[in-house]
Design a protein around this ligand. Sequence first.
Ligand SMILES: *[C@@H]1O[C@H](CO)[C@@H](O)[C@H](O)[C@H]1NC(C)=O
Ligand SMILES: [Zn+2]
Length: 256
Amino acid sequence: MGWLLIILSLTVLWIASLCKVLFAPSKASFLDNGHCFIKKNVLLVIAHPDDESMFFSPTINYLIARGHNLHILCLSVGNADGMGNLRKNELYQACAVLKVLLEKVRTLDHPDLQDGFGKVWNHSLVAKIIEEEISGAGIDVIITFDQYGVSGHCNHRDVHYGVCKYFHDTSRRDIEAWELVSTSLFRKYIGPIDIWLSNFYSKRIPERLTHCIVNEHPKKSFHAMAQHSSQWVWFRKLFISLSSYTYVNTLRKIDK
Ligand SMILES: *[C@@H]1O[C@H](CO)[C@@H](O)[C@H](O)[C@H]1NC(C)=O
Ligand SMILES: [Zn+2]
C-alpha cells in the first residue's frame, strides 16, 4: 500500500513537472546582462557525437533561441570501428535538428583522442586544440563537462581538464568558461522532476556563478537524439526520457 502511494505520487509529480516544462518554463538569464542584448560566440566542447543531444540540449536550445553563435567541437568520432563517418554524419543531422549551423560543427578523429574507457586523453593536447579553435572562431564563452562528466566517463572528464588547462594558461581575460553540473544518480533519472531540485540548488548560489536552464523544446531534443540512429536503441530511448539532462541543465562558472 505504502509503495503504491509513493509510485502514484511520483507519477503525478512527473506529469505536473513535465507540464511545467512544456507550458510554463521559467526563463533563465544565462549570458543575459539585462539591458542590452549582446550576441556571444559560444564554444561547446564535447567528447563524443551524441553528448550534445543527450546532455547539453537544454543549453543548446536556449542559446540558439536567443541568436547566439554556437560552435560545437567534438573531440572524437565515438566508438567507431569503421563507423566514424556514420557517427559524424549523425552528429551533423542532430545539429541540423537543433538548428546549429553545420559549418560551426567540427569533429576530430585524432589518433591520441579515441573513444573508450581507459583511453587517457592528454590534457595539454586537448588544451592546444581548444586554443586553436578559440582563436580561429573568436570565441568568448566556453561550455563543457564538469570534472565528473555526467556519467563519470573518462573522456568527458579529460575534456573538462583540457578546457580548464586552456582556461588557466591563457592570458585572455575576456573569456568565460562554464561547466555542466553533474547530479547524483537519483536526480539523474527523475526526468522533469529534477527542474525543482536544480532550481533549488542554483538559487542558493549567486546568480552570476550558476544558471539553471530548463529545456524550452524537449521534443526537439528527443528528435535530435533520434538522429543518432546507430545509438538509438531501446535503452537510449528510455535513458533520454528518464534523464533529467533532457529537461534541465545547471551551468556553473569555472573559476579563473
Ligand atoms: C601531451 O601533448 C603535448 C602537446 O601536444 C605534448 O607536448 C606532450 O608531449 C604530450 N604528452 C604526452 C605524455 O604524450
Ligand atoms: Zn560521451
